[in-house]
Ligand binder design. Structure first.
Ligand SMILES: Nc1ncnc2c1ncn2[C@@H]1O[C@H](COP(=O)(O)OP(=O)(O)OP(=O)(O)O)[C@@H](O)[C@H]1O
Length: 368
């Protein structure tokens, strides 16, 4: 656990970058520091590994004041990832990743083999190991930066806007990769960003700072979106707060209709007459094929395979959020969503009415 206890940083020119900051970054969790430019995020982060020392207050790492530990020893247990990866341009990728193990005196073979394992862990082709940083894309370089920070298996990882220099698609995949890694590694991560969407996606807890280095709110993302502490936080969270909140509400409570799911082998005549709503057509394995509207059922015989099916959207009921369910309804001309299980088999239909009821309940909760 990392504890900020009344930490203030006043630079020699009098700028107060951080002002009596108190917060805890729990062990094994991702704590995000977010806020507008100049609010003291980087200064706060760098006080943890003593690149900067506080003017007042204390930072404790598992109860020990970091200023009592000499910086090299301290940093052995703290990985550090920065924007644009900060790789050594004249060292091969494998040697960049092995930097800390070399410093720790590991033998070359062991350090390199660790580096190769890490490249794989962060999703990079080991074939890139012999290249130089300039021969990699921005996203690949960031992955190398993460691998390098993890090389000596430090319990703590500090990440300062690590993904902000890459395009949005690469950024999203790096974020997913970090979450996947974290599920495996359980590091204590402090992550700095100015991007609130990144903060709520990655953070177990999000600390919103205002300029002057004051903590405006510290909360789990869902709570932050549901109950911003004041106008500053509300404005910083920006538009679509209600919709974004749906990402944190599981879809597993939605009620399902199984009577609207029909196999493609069914005869048209067997469903005609009984069908008052759109039907979800599935293949022999239960996989979705599309929607058929009652009015599109032909008068002739034959099976549903002969009736063209309209596009559909799915969500995984045991895993996805209400936002995914809402998205699935918007992708289906039926206005209904298909709930599937982990292997893609249809479990049932969530009608727009069922979804509407769930959304109404949430809106009522927000009011009361
Ligand atoms: N060495 C320094 N001397 C004087 N003032 C500094 C120094 N470093 C940073 N500052 C000031 O301290 C404040 C906080 O800076 P810091 O870099 O921690 O903010 P930040 O939130 O990380 O900003 P950004 O998102 O723009 O990177 C800013 O006003 C900055 O100008």
């Amino acid at each position: 656990m990392i504890t900020f206890d009344g930490v203030t940083k006043r630079y020699p020119d009098g700028t107060v970058a951080v002002d009596e900051l108190s917060l805890e970054a729990p062990t094994g969790e991702i704590t995000v520091l977010v806020g507008p430019s100049g609010c003291g995020k980087t200064t706060s982060l760098r006080m943890i590994n003593r690149m900067i020392d506080p003017s007042a207050g204390r930072i404790l790492l598992d109860g020990a004041d970091v200023t009592t530990v000499d910086p090299p020893t301290l940093r052995r247990g703290i990985g550090y990832v920065i924007q644009q990866a900060g790789l050594f341009p004249h060292r091969k990728i494998v040697d960049n990743v092995a930097t800390v193990p070399y410093l720790l005196g590991w033998d070359r073979k062991k350090a390199r083999s660790r580096a190769m394992d890490l490249l794989e862990l962060v999703g990079l082709d080991p074939g890139l190991a012999g290249r130089y940083p300039f021969q990699l894309s921005g996203g690949q370089q960031q992955r190398v930066g993460v691998a390098r920070a993890l090389a000596a298996d430090p319990p703590v990882l500090l990440m300062d806007e690590p993904f902000s220099a890459v395009d949005p698609i690469v950024r999203a995949s790096l974020q997913d990769e970090l979450l996947r890694l974290q599920a495996e590694l359980n590091k204590t991560i402090v992550f700095v960003t100015h991007d609130i969407d990144e903060a709520v996606k990655l953070g177990d807890r999000v600390a919103v700072l205002r300029v002057g280095g004051r903590l405006a709110q510290l909360a789990a993302p869902a709570e932050l979106l549901a109950e911003p502490a004041d106008d500053f936080v509300r404005e910083f969270l920006g538009r679509d707060r209600g919709i974004r909140r749906l990402s944190f509400i599981p879809a597993d409570g939605l009620s399902l209709r199984t009577d609207l799911v029909v196999p493609v082998s069914a005869d048209v005549s067997s469903v005609r007459g009984t069908a008052e709503a759109w039907l979800a057509v599935v293949d022999a394995e239960g996989g979705p094929l599309g929607w058929i509207a009652p009015k599109d059922l032909p008068d002739s015989g034959g099976t549903l395979a002969e009736v063209p099916a309209a596009p559909y959207g799915t969500f995984v009921r045991g895993r996805d959020s209400l936002r995914a369910a809402l998205d699935a309804t918007l992708l289906s001309p039926s206005g209904n969503a298909l709930a599937v299980d982990g292997s893609g088999r249809v479990e049932g239909v969530v009608t727009r009415e069922a979804l509407g009821e769930a959304l109404t309940r949430i809106a009522e909760d927000a009011r009361g």
